[in-house]
Design a protein around this ligand. Structure first.
Ligand code: GTP
Ligand code: MG
Length: 365
């Protein structure tokens, strides 16, 4: 059996409430993202994959599978979103059934594909119509793919955003910016899918933690319902003031454009740590507050995590942004340190988070 994913509480922990999350991967990219997520050992979530390609579904491991067929005969849609949508209409009931009766569906799809671009918005609409909250992850193509695919993905993104409660836009190009181009493709894609993993680990972990400051499920769902455009990051900090380090790491994550927090309507910030101090926690929230509009609603949570000795982890979710949190085209590799921060950021694929390796950060006050 896979070890528990970093960031999740031990399996023996009693859930606070039975949150039912389903992860739904639509098309090849969605399916691949879920497969990699599963390999990283997420327990307790329902995995569902839906595709027009029989061959691709054969690689879905033990996930619930749905073959979408609206005339594509199990051969894929060949990049045709019209065919992708027809297939989703035909398979929607089966997808709803495979998801169980979830409170929240995390739906991921590559929007340049026919199945992902045409099918995912259709499935999101139908899930919502049946009363399920949908958090969508729209994966945008690499720039080296064709203009035609880029344009198709933009159209699909507009549809996905209209169909989901809350949408995170993931640019595959971020991978090149974060890692450089010399990584094996599978690792690159792991990085590309990292925000989805962080969301699944972070949000599901949040529903299971028994904390000092609990974020009620109703609060979480309230943020996600009609959340619109969103950004999300996990950060880890160590040193003298780990919560502040973790907050910096999350706010500087190059995987989701966290600068978009400047226009957020509401933000969820959950801080967990081995030995959190009140002062450090307060200062971390103060750091966040500086980046937010003055009327932004902040929902905070704090919980102990014995696995994080001498470290803290922050989950940040901003909703109600001014538009999709895209990476600026000019964005390049992460600089060694950040302005005003002595630490060095690095992506830790084992922990699945951006880690601020401090030279210890002094308390702000
Ligand atoms: N992050 C990530 N992106 C992927 C992956 N596979 C494909 N992509 C991206 O997703 C886009 C759509 O590709 P697919 O998901 O294979 O297409 P599809 O949805 O299966 O649609 P059809 O094959 O046309 O029916 C591609 O253009 C890539 O940009 C993956 O594993 N991870
Ligand atoms: Mg495909």
């Amino acid at each position: 059996m896979n070890p528990p994913a970093a960031g999740l509480p031990p399996r023996t922990a009693e859930p606070r409430a039975a949150a039912r999350f389903a992860l739904l991967g639509v098309g090849g990219a969605g399916l691949g993202a879920l497969r990699r997520l599963r390999e990283s050992g997420l327990e307790g979530l329902r995995f569902v994959v839906a595709d027009t390609s029989r061959q691709s579904l054969a690689q879905a491991g033990d996930a619930h599978r749905v073959l979408l067929d609206g005339g594509s005969r199990g051969l894929g849609s060949g990049g045709d979103p019209v065919l992708g949508r027809a297939a989703a209409v035909a398979g929607a009931e089966a997808v709803l059934a495979a998801c169980g009766q979830p409170d929240l569906v995390l739906l991921a799809a590559g929007l340049a594909g026919g199945t992902g671009g045409g099918g995912a918005p259709e499935l999101a609409r139908r899930l919502r119509a049946s009363g399920v909250r949908v958090l969508g992850f729209g994966i945008m193509p690499f720039r080296f793919e064709s203009h035609r695919r880029a344009a198709a993905a933009e159209r699909a993104l507009a549809e996905l955003r209209a169909a989901c409660d809350t949408t995170l836009t993931l640019d595959n190009d971020r991978v090149l910016a974060v890692t450089g181009a010399a990584l094996p493709l599978d690792i690159s894609l792991r990085v590309a899918d990292e925000v989805l993993r962080q969301a699944a680990v972070g949000l599901y972990g949040l529903t299971r933690r028994q904390g000092w400051l609990n974020v009620d499920l109703s609060l979480l769902y309230g943020l996600l319902e009609g959340g619109g455009d969103a950004c999300l990051a996990l950060g880890i900090g160590r040193g003298e003031a780990p919560a502040q380090g973790a907050m910096h790491a999350a706010m500087a994550s190059p995987l989701s454009n966290m600068a978009a927090l400047a226009h957020a309507r509401a933000v969820l910030a959950q801080i967990v740590g081995g030995d959190l101090e009140l002062g450090d926690t307060e200062d971390a929230i103060a750091l966040l507050r500086q980046r937010l509009p003055s009327d932004c609603r902040i929902v905070t949570g704090a919980a102990p995590d014995p696995n994080l000795k001498g470290a803290a982890q922050v989950l940040l979710l901003g909703v109600g942004l001014a538009g999709p949190a895209r990476m600026p085209l000019s964005w390049r590799r992460q600089p060694e340190g950040l302005e005003g921060m002595p630490g060095r950021l690095r992506l830790d694929l084992q922990q699945g988070a951006y880690v601020m390796d401090a030279p210890p950060l002094r308390r702000v006050v």
